[in-house]
Design a protein around this ligand. Structure first.
Ligand SMILES: NC(=O)c1ccc[n+]([C@@H]2O[C@H](COP(=O)([O-])OP(=O)(O)OC[C@H]3O[C@@H](n4cnc5c(N)ncnc54)[C@H](OP(=O)(O)O)[C@@H]3O)[C@@H](O)[C@H]2O)c1
Length: 271
């Protein structure tokens, strides 16, 4: 059965203009699904939408908006109220790399809005309609950073833990009601966002970097079969070591040390 047959003909990708979100959009278009694409920057979003329409002959509606704004979240729900969304992918994220106390309160509020409040709201909105129809799928993008405490990525990691646990919990609650939920737990993936963060140093525990299209294909292969998954074999092996073999304290130290080295963070900056 195709995705379209199983879940319906329309999908929404929140955070869709580039990187992993664009790869999800392309995968869904290649399956013949019409799309609603959301991101802040109108130019890249429209270009991506036009390109998918031309190449796959699907209908694409682009909605440029900032998911950090509560009014926007509300307006989106109204605008999309009558639409039957078969698959919802929540991919947008705010990530700050650095000492917790050096991030601004405003930026931290934005991170909570984009990484926690908006996915919660959209899951509730679309989940309710999917449950009524007894079909649908929700994919929440999360991260290996959220599998344990991750110093210098603290709020981002906490938000990603929220999304993963929410996905896993709803997978259980909704699996008998025709709605599939999955947490897609990514390791390093070659996106503009990842490259722009300029990870400097590699070491023994540095993750294997996947391509966004590999990640999207793996996610659709696992959708409906498990509550969450870690992308890529090398990442799964690293996670097995970090979460099953060594003590939590060691894992948290390794993660914090790696991030500090990768991004050249000075300990004195933490205070
Ligand atoms: N890349 C990695 O190595 C990696 C690793 C682990 C987890 N992840 C997760 O995978 C997801 C995608 O990562 P990525 O690297 O592809 O991210 P990205 O390059 O930063 O792209 C994120 C997408 O979301 C949109 N977006 C960001 N903030 C938004 C906002 N406030 N409102 C609406 N749209 C917004 C961006 O477009 P605009 O800028 O135009 O808004 C873009 O289309 C994220 O959830 C990230 O946490 C990525």
């Amino acid at each position: 059965m195709t995705l379209k047959e199983k879940y319906g003909g329309k999908a929404l990708v929140a955070g869709a203009s580039e990187g992993i979100g664009a790869a999800f959009a392309e995968y869904l278009a290649s399956e013949g699904m019409d799309l609603i694409l959301i991101a802040r920057r109108e130019g890249p979003l429209n270009r991506s939408g036009d390109d998918l329409e031309k190449r796959y002959g699907v209908n694409v509606k682009c909605i440029p908006c900032d998911l950090a704004e509560e009014d926007t979240q509300q307006a989106l729900e109204k605008e999309l109220a009558g639409m039957e969304i078969g698959i919802m992918v929540y991919n947008a994220a705010v990530s700050y790399i650095g000492p917790f106390m050096q991030d601004t309160p405003d930026n931290q509020t934005r991170a909570v809005q984009v990484n926690i409040a908006a996915p919660l709201r959209l899951v509730r909105h679309f989940g309710e309609k999917m449950l009524e129809r007894r079909r649908g799928a929700i994919i929440l993008m999360t991260s290996m950073a959220g599998l344990q405490g991750s110093g210098f990525l603290s709020l981002y990691a906490a938000g990603k833990a929220f999304s993963r646990v929410l996905a896993e919990s709803l997978w259980y609650e909704w699996k008998s009601q025709g709605v599939d939920v999955i947490g897609c737990c990514a390791g390093a993936t070659s996106t503009p966002g990842y490259t722009n963060s300029r990870p400097a140093k590699k070491n023994l525990f540095a993750p294997a970097v996947l391509r966004p299209d590999q990640l999207a294909a793996e996610c659709f292969k696992r959708l409906g079969k498990q509550p969450s998954f870690i992308t890529g074999r090398a990442n799964r092996i690293a996670s097995c070591f970090m979460h099953r073999i060594i003590p939590l304290k060691t894992a948290v130290n390794i993660m914090g040390d790696n991030i500090r080295k990768m991004y050249g963070i000075d300990d004195r900056m933490s205070r």
